[in-house]
Design a protein around this ligand. Structure first.
Ligand SMILES: [Zn+2]
Length: 425
C-alpha cells in the first residue's frame, strides 16, 4: 500500500522531521519506505495507492489511560464531588454490568477512538476478556490491564489477572492494573510487584490523583502514595502512573530516578476538580496523555487532551511558552509509545516500525492557511478531521467511514444496555 501526495508527513522520529509532498510505503503491517513523493512513486509501481492530497500524515495517537467500557455510563452523572459521584452514582450502576455489556461498551469506545485518530490505548477495567474481544474485533492496538481491586469487584483479583496474562495476540499486550494505593491492599501490591518483576509486565495504576488520597495513604502507611508504591517495589521502569496531580518534590525525583512513566489526564482532573498536575516540574520524566474513563471527561478525544494540556499549563504558570505544540504532540505519540514499552514498534513514522498511521484532512476552513502543521494539529484540529486510520497496516477508517465495524449496530446495542441499567427491575 502506498500513501501518496501527503501534504506534510509529521514523522515524530528522533530528528522530528517533517517532509513536504511525501509518500509512505506500507508492506504488510510495517512501514517499508518513506520519502518525497516523486522519489517513492518512481521506486514502487503497482502498489495499491491511497491518495493523501491535502492530508497531513502522523503517527496514530496514543491514549495512555482509559477505562473503555465506561462509555456505558457516559453522562449518567456529572458535576458531583468525586466520592459522592463514585459511591452514589457510578459504582451502583457498574454493579449491574454483565460481562457482555463490557464488550459492547469497549467496542463503542474503540469506535470512538478510531474516529478520533487513536491507534493504541491503555485500558484498565474489570472484564479484561471482554475488552480483549472488543479490541480483537476493532483492529486497534491495546495494552489491557485487568483491574485489581478485590474489595470493590470480587472477580477483580490477582488470580484472574494472572490468568489474563497468558493471552497472546499480535496487537494486544496484557498488563496488570492494580487500581490504586487506596483500593488495593499492601499484600496485593507486593504480589503485583513480584509478578511484574518476574514476567517483565507493565503496571498501570492511579496515583496521587486527589488531595484526599494523599491524606488517606499518609494516615494508613505514614507515607505519600508514590513513596508507598516505591516501598512495595511498584515504582520501576514498567510503571505507568495515571494522574500524579499531587506529588511532592521528593516523589517527582523518585519517579525520575526509577524511570517510571506518568500519564497526564488534564480534562478528567479539571472535571473532577482534582487539581493541576505539576507538569512543568516533571523535567526528564516521560509524560503521555490520557482521557481517563468516558464518565469523567466525557469523550476519548486525544486531540482535546493535547490542546487542553498546552493551554492549562500556560494559564496556570502565566507563561505562554509552557508546553508548546510540539511537546503536546510528543506526549500523544512517541511518549505514549515509550510509556507502554512500545517505542521500537510505534509512536513515530519510521522504516521498520508498525504501520500505525493517521491522515488528517487539512482542507477545512479552520485549518487554512497552513504555516506549521503541528500548530494546527494541536490548536485547531478536532477529532472529526481525521480521514483515515491505519493500524498494523490495516485500514480501519477511510474517508471518515468505518471499514470494519458497523457503528449503527453498536450504538443501538449500547442504548439497549443503558435502558436496562437504568430500569428499576
Ligand atoms: Zn482512571
Amino acid at each position: 500500500m502506498l500513501l501518496r501526495n501527503i501534504m506534510y508527513l509529521v514523522t515524530m522520529n528522533k530528528r522530528r522531521e517533517i517532509i513536504r509532498n511525501a509518500a509512505v510505503l506500507i508492506k504488510e503491517n510495517k512501514i517499508a519506505d518513506i520519502g518525497e513523493d516523486r522519489d517513492i512513486a518512481r521506486k514502487y509501481k503497482g502498489e495499491e495507492v491511497i491518495d493523501a492530497s491535502n492530508m497531513v500524515a502522523l503517527p496514530g495517537l496514543i491514549q495512555s489511560h482509559t477505562h473503555s467500557p465506561m462509555t456505558l455510563m457516559r453522562g449518567y452523572a456529572d458535576d458531583l464531588p468525586l466520592m459522592e459521584w463514585l459511591k452514589e452514582k457510578i459504582w451502583p450502576l457498574e454493579a449491574k454490568l454483565k460481562p457482555r455489556d463490557a464488550y459492547y461498551g469497549s467496542l463503542l469506545a474503540n469506535l470512538e477512538m478510531i474516529r478520533f485518530g487513536v491507534t493504541t490505548f491503555a485500558d484498565m477495567y474489570p472484564f479484561p476478556e471482554e475488552i480483549f474481544k472488543a479490541v480483537d474485533t476493532s483492529g486497534l492496538r491495546a495494552v489491557i490491564s485487568p483491574a485489581i481491586f478485590e474489595n470493590i469487584n470480587k472477580s477483580s483479583n490477582i488470580k484472574n489477572a494472572k490468568k489474563f496474562l497468558k493471552h497472546k495476540h499480535e496487537r494486544i499486550i496484557p498488563s496488570l492494573g492494580p487500581h490504586s494505593t487506596y483500593a488495593c491492599t499492601k499484600e496485593e501490591l507486593e504480589e503485583v510487584a513480584r509478578i511484574s518483576e518476574e514476567e517483565k509486565i507493565l503496571i498501570h495504576i492511579h496515583a496521587a490523583e486527589t488531595k484526599d488520597e494523599i491524606r488517606e495513604i499518609k494516615k494508613k502507611y505514614g507515607m505519600r502514595p508514590i513513596e508507598f508504591l516505591d516501598s512495595v517495589g511498584l515504582l520501576n521502569e514498567r510503571t505507568l502512573l495515571a494522574h500524579v496531580v499531587w506529588p511532592s518534590k521528593r516523589e517527582i525525583s523518585l519517579i525520575g530516578k526509577r524511570n517510571s512513566k506518568v500519564v497526564h489526564c488534564p480534562i478528567s482532573n479539571m472535571k473532577l476538580a482534582s487539581g493541576i498536575a505539576p507538569l512543568p516540574e516533571m523535567k526528564g520524566i516521560t509524560v503521555s496523555v490520557g482521557s481517563d474513563g468516558p464518565c469523567s471527561n466525557n469523550n476519548l478525544n486525544v486531540f482535546e487532551e493535547m490542546k487542553i494540556t498546552a493551554l492549562l499549563h500556560k494559564v496556570n504558570t502565566l507563561d505562554p511558552t509552557m508546553v508548546p505544540a510540539n511537546v503536546a504532540l510528543e506526549m500523544a505519540t512517541i511518549n505514549g509509545a515509550v510509556s507502554l514499552g512500545l517505542e521500537n514498534e510505534i509512536g513515530s513514522i519510521e522504516v521498520g516500525k508498525r504501520a500505525d498511521i493517521i491522515l488528517v484532512n487539512f482542507r477545512k476552513p479552520h485549518l487554512t492557511p497552513v504555516y506549521n502543521p503541528i500548530s494546527h494539529l494541536v490548536y485547531s484540529c478536532n477529532g472529526e478531521d481525521v480521514d483515515t486510520v491505519i493500524v498494523d497496516g490495516e485500514i480501519l477508517l477511510r474517508d471518515g467511514k468505518f471499514t470494519k465495524m458497523n457503528p449503527e449496530k453498536i450504538m443501538n446495542k449500547v442504548e439497549k444496555i443503558k435502558n436496562r441499567l437504568v430500569s428499576t427491575k
